[in-house]
Design a protein around this ligand. Sequence first.
Ligand SMILES: [Zn+2]
Length: 252
Amino acid sequence: MTSRLYRDTGIVLRTYKLGESDKIVIFLTENYGKVRAVAKGIRKTRSKFGGRLEPLSHVAVQFHRGRDLDIVSQVESVDSHGTVFGNLDAMTQASSLLEAVDQLVPDREPVPQMFKMLLGARQTLLTRPSPLVVPAFLWKLLVAEGVRPQLDSCVACGEGSGEDINFVAFDIQQGGVVCRSCRAGFAISPAALKLLRDVLGGRLGEMLDQAHQPGPQTLNDPVLNEVAQLATRAFEHHIERRLRSVSLFEQH
Ligand SMILES: [Zn+2]
């Protein structure tokens, strides 16, 4: 019967209550992709799982294959994320990361690259928290999905003079910046465009260090805010298109 057991490491994306004392836990695992499994008795005071299956927990899990849902049979913490708890800002950011991954990843499809990205973002949140973490992660997810935004020439007419000032907006539909004469979509400032280029151009670490410094770059920073809002819109656009294409596919 050992073949019904399997082990993996994973990050808890979400949990919800099941019956009187159980929970369904959704993991993004390293090798098996997104896995839903029942943690039996987890809501009892003396549960063997303790507090190890909260969202954002990084755990080593043993699963038991069930007929419908798998069962969590053992859990060990890989590392703790105590500092995030009690920090409302960091918890909100963590929820956004987890929700984005949950929306994007289908069940049981191995996505080791995505796991690595989420683990990295989680680590960044724990060690260098900044309001840039979530927007940067969303943009990187989009790139990983194959929809890298076009930032160096107008998506409508192709003009790319190199003068940032010529790009005045970002067109979500077409996935990139547009020049003054093709203006469509959301206005983008030269500073926000520069930040977006830095984030996607391999300078994210540097940007995170800057954003982590106490100083002008806070959640209210208008440039950061622009990049964050654009990230959310671009991500939602991508998810909707995907959901639509999946439902079309399923109709046939
Ligand atoms: Zn143009």
